[in-house]
Design a protein around this ligand. Structure first.
Ligand code: ATP
Length: 300
């Protein structure tokens, strides 16, 4: 398997302190990799080393199958948004992007507009960045990172400080970049719950050490994800659930059903239940052990 990022015992030491301690991490092409860790765990330091913004103290880094000195030649295939997006507040979105494009030597007509379209900022006109919401600034930061059509996008805590709507917008954008542009994305957060909604693979870092790397499926198994339906008509709901091909379900009580199959199409299920005359009072994927799992792993 050729990985986009493949590290072996990658380490960054500041004085006596190892900010990143012997991390071996693997990112597959086309996936969203969720990098999760508490504040100060070493996420930013790791991302800087991958991006070529910081030199490892020791260990190996392979990018796009190239290792050693060859890996450095691939840094230009990486777009990153690490810490704050470097934006000129007195300029508009297009002007900011234009400067980035000039720096990268991109002169294609309409290029900035197409990037703004991708991140949903095409209608900002002459509005200056200082009048943007935090979410708009983050999206512009992502557009800047996308300039030059990178193969790997690295985003450090892109939803930090955003309101629920801003978080949802970034989430949609990331999924769009993955499915429509086949982009590989490394994204960090200290909230596992949020990363869970977009990531395919998870790396959990604590005090510089990668304590676990696991797929969404493996995480689900550990955290016991299920879909909960609350309805007074459980007798009507069961045949609908079966018709939709879900086999692993259980009637928990007179008004509650749990489905343990994964990849449940919530919208379609809801419509099918309603069509069958079943009154749905609650329908949601429940993952109440997720944060607990993370906290247990990173408890001192
Ligand atoms: P946060 O979510 O708070 O940004 P993080 O997981 O990104 O945290 P890092 O910023 O990578 O963590 O920091 C990891 C550790 O390395 C911290 O203890 C930090 O103080 C230390 N560190 C980071 N950069 C430097 C530096 N330039 N010099 C000395 N120590 C540093």
């Amino acid at each position: 398997m050729e990985y986009v990022v493949d590290t072996k015992a990658l380490t960054k030491q500041y004085g006596r302190h190892k900010a990143v301690d012997s991390v071996s991490l693997h990112i597959r092409r086309g996936e969203i990799y969720g990098f999760i860790g508490r504040n100060g765990a070493g996420k930013t330091t790791f991302m800087k080393m991958i991006s070529g913004l910081s030199t490892p103290t020791s260990g190996e880094l392979a990018l796009f199958g190239a290792s050693g000195r060859e890996a450095a030649k691939h840094h230009n295939r990486i777009g990153n948004l690490i810490e704050q997006p470097g934006l000129y507040e007195g300029m508009g979105a297009k002007e900011n992007l234009h400067l980035k494009c000039l720096a990268l030597g991109i002169h294609a007509h309409g290029y900035e507009e197409s990037l703004l379209q991708t991140v949903g900022l095409q209608d900002t006109g002459k509005k200056k960045v200082k009048q943007f919401s935090l979410g708009m600034k983050q999206r512009l930061g992502i557009a800047m990172a996308l300039a030059g059509r990178p193969d790997l996008l690295i985003l450090d805590e892109p939803v930090n400080g955003l309101d629920p709507q801003g978080i949802a917008e970034i989430r949609e954008l990331l999924l769009k970049l993955k499915t429509e542009k086949n982009m590989t994305i490394l994204i960090s957060s200290h909230i596992l719950e949020e990363l869970y909604k977009v990531a395919d693979t998870f790396g959990i870092i604590h005090k510089g050490v990668l304590i676990q790397e696991l797929s969404k499926e493996e995480l689900n198994q550990k955290c016991n994800e299920y879909t909960e339906i609350k309805t007074p008509n459980t007798d009507l709901a069961c045949p609908v659930i079966e018709q939709m091909g879900y086999r692993k379900y259980q009637v928990i009580s007179h008004d509650t059903i749990h489905i343990y199959d994964t990849a449940i199409e919530i919208g379609a299920l809801n419509m099918a239940l309603a069509k069958a005359g079943c009154m749905v009072e609650f329908l949601q994927v429940v993952q109440d052990k997720l944060e607990e799992y993370f906290l247990n792993l990173t408890r001192d």
